[in-house]
Write a protein that binds this ligand. Structure first.
Ligand code: FMN
Length: 322
């Protein structure tokens, strides 16, 4: 084991980047502990969205995405990360322990770190420009490094995603607990968590696959025509906590790869929060061969689209214990 260890300043700088990871409803359901040479990642059960994410899938995926963001941040700061997943069977909230070894940053590390800083969830309609197939393949291939797979859903099969997405929206519209949670966590202005009004457009009535509707949408979306978005379903061979954590890492790698290519992305998970509709997607899209964890929508925003504001994050003092 190398005796060199990153300074506290380095670890804090990296965590500041790690918390830019996407999280369900921007709940940021993580806690970090810096202990000498290691960083530990814990799930924060106090931030579990019970009605939106009943199986805690989104919570663990979000933490997995933050874990991958930490690797990317440390790589550009000159450290490679050794991750032990679920290091403590007696503590189910303890998701990872990370140690570091010095390693010269490579050009690819800088590109990925730049993508991390630029990425945003873009929920607007994308343009009619096609995403080239090699791009789709390159983004999908990221998932395999984390034991996950990204299945591309081509045009002809989209109705198999559209039907459960429509049904989830219908059920959630009539579910008071879901609606209360949505009202509490979206349509936000000036807070450090939740989904800001400024980042959510009105959903398009003619969207091929309906996307999650948020409270008080405040983002202009001038594109009227149906877009040429591509859809990927991220899936895993098992559906345990480790698979979800690894799927979160895979999702982060895919989103950053797409951002690097200049594409816009947004995660979609609404139907996966309803067990029956999740089973439907597993059967209809994945032929019961794998467990769906999240859908990723990818495309080009029109060149005339305004830049999106960054979604705020909680200050590090609230999430890091030293
Ligand atoms: C597990 C997970 C599930 C998500 N599900 C959705 C979704 O169904 N619809 C959506 O618009 N955004 C979804 N998001 C994106 C988050 O709302 C977004 O990451 C968060 O608001 C922070 O914004 P940012 O990604 O722009 O930093 C999801 C993110 C994660 C990690």
């Amino acid at each position: 084991m190398s005796l060199a260890q990153p300074s506290l300043d380095t670890l804090e700088a990296a965590l500041d980047m790690a918390v830019r990871a996407p999280s369900v409803h921007n709940s940021q359901p993580w806690r970090w502990r810096i202990d000498g040479r290691t960083v530990d990642l814990y799930a924060d059960p106090g931030r579990h969205l019970v009605a939106t994410d009943p199986q805690r899938r989104g919570l663990v995926l979000s933490c997995g995405a933050a874990l991958h963001h930490l690797r990317v941040a440390m790589a550009v700061l000159g450290w490679s990360a050794d991750v032990r997943h679920l290091p403590n069977p007696a503590d189910t909230e303890h998701l990872a322990t990370v140690e570091f070894r010095p390693r010269e940053p490579r050009p690819a590390d800088f590109a990925l770190a730049a993508a991390l800083m630029h990425r945003r969830s873009d929920r607007r309609r994308y343009s009619w420009w096609q995403v080239p197939s090699p791009y789709v393949r390159r983004i999908s291939s990221q998932a395999t490094r984390f034991g996950a797979t990204a299945r591309h859903v081509p045009d002809g099969l989209r109705s198999r995603l559209a039907r459960p997405a429509r049904e989830a929206a219908r059920r959630h519209a009539a579910d008071p607990a879901y609606q209360r949670e949505l009202a509490a966590w979206s349509g936000r202005r000036g807070t450090t968590d939740g989904v800001p009004a400024a980042n959510t457009p009105c959903p398009g009535a003619d969207d091929e696959i309906p996307v999650r509707v948020f409270n008080e949408p405040g983002l202009a979306d001038r594109t009227e025509h149906p877009d040429a978005a591509e859809w990927l379903v991220v899936c895993t061979p098992a559906d345990d906590r480790l698979s979800r954590l690894r799927a979160g890492e895979a999702i982060s790698a895919m989103l950053l790869s797409a951002t690097e290519l200049g594409l816009s992305t947004c995660l979609q998970t609404e139907p996966l929060g309803v067990p029956e509709l999740r089973d439907d997607i597993r059967a209809q899209v994945l032929q019961n061969c794998a467990h769906p964890q999240a859908m990723v929508r990818i495309g080009w925003v029109p060149t005339s689209a305004a830049p999106l504001p960054h979604t705020p994050r909680r200050p590090l003092e609230e999430v890091v214990e030293r």
